[in-house]
Unconditional design. Structure first.
Length: 232
């Protein structure tokens, strides 16, 4: 799924496998989850198996993927990437830093957000624009979950470059209507908190398939000269 949302120069790998053996972890990675519960260990291991495959797609030898502040994955020097995992899907995306300034991916189960969460992570303007994007409507899509995933992708793109936390209410997202019957489309994120390192508007793509919502945002190093970070 993720590979359909990103250009070809981004190496993507994903899996729907329930688990992978723990021995796929490097000792440094194992140390990070030594006291974690089984589910956390499984999520950690399966998404790093995807990371290793993404590395191989760029000709890299497998290395440990540790994490910094806010859980930000630490990639080999000169590379940028993103990880995501949810029930039933794990994915990694990796690119050369000469091609991509920053990127963020996210996957979520295609189901309504838990009660009360919608209001906490959305702006009134977003709720108004997404009115009607419900499973019994024309799109057949859980708009609240789609928006949550897209904001996660925005934040994963923002934080590695700025090292500043971005609140859910500091990005105003607009989803562009898909073609009738389509389950994928694009979105625009207007950042209400800006930083000179990134454009004030980010562009992303989304996809709903087989019970999973996937989103991706990408910014190229040339965004200053091009006037925006349009996805190829």
């Amino acid at each position: 799924m993720i590979e359909r949302l990103l250009p070809g120069y981004v190496s993507c790998a994903s899996t729907r496998a329930v688990s992978v053996p723990d021995h796929t972890l490097f000792p440094e990675e194992e140390a990070l989850i030594a006291r974690s519960v089984a589910k956390r260990r499984n999520d950690f291991a399966t998404v790093r198996a995807c990371a290793r495959r993404a590395m191989a797609g760029l000709g890299l030898e497998p290395v440990a993927v540790l994490h910094g502040t806010r859980g930000m994955p630490l990639w080999p020097e000169g590379f940028v990437g993103s990880l995501t995992h949810c029930e039933g899907y794990r994915a990694a995306a990796l690119a050369h830093g000469t091609d991509v300034l920053s990127l963020g991916i996210d996957a979520e189960p295609h189901a309504p957000l838990p009660s009360g969460v919608h209001e906490l992570v959305t702006l009134p303007s977003e709720r108004e624009r997404l009115a009607g994007w419900e499973p019994d409507g024309v799109h057949g899509i859980h708009g609240d979950r789609l928006l949550f995933s897209a904001k996660e992708s925005v934040f994963k793109t923002w934080y590695p470059v700025t090292r500043i936390e971005l609140d859910f209410h500091e990005a105003d997202l607009t989803f562009h209507r898909p073609e009738p019957g389509a389950s994928e489309g694009t979105f625009t994120a207007r950042l209400l908190r800006t930083d000179p390192a990134l454009p004030s508007t980010l562009e992303g793509r989304w996809l709903v398939e087989e019970g999973i919502v996937a989103t991706a945002v990408l910014v190229t190093p040339s965004w200053r000269g091009s006037g925006g970070p349009a996805l190829p």
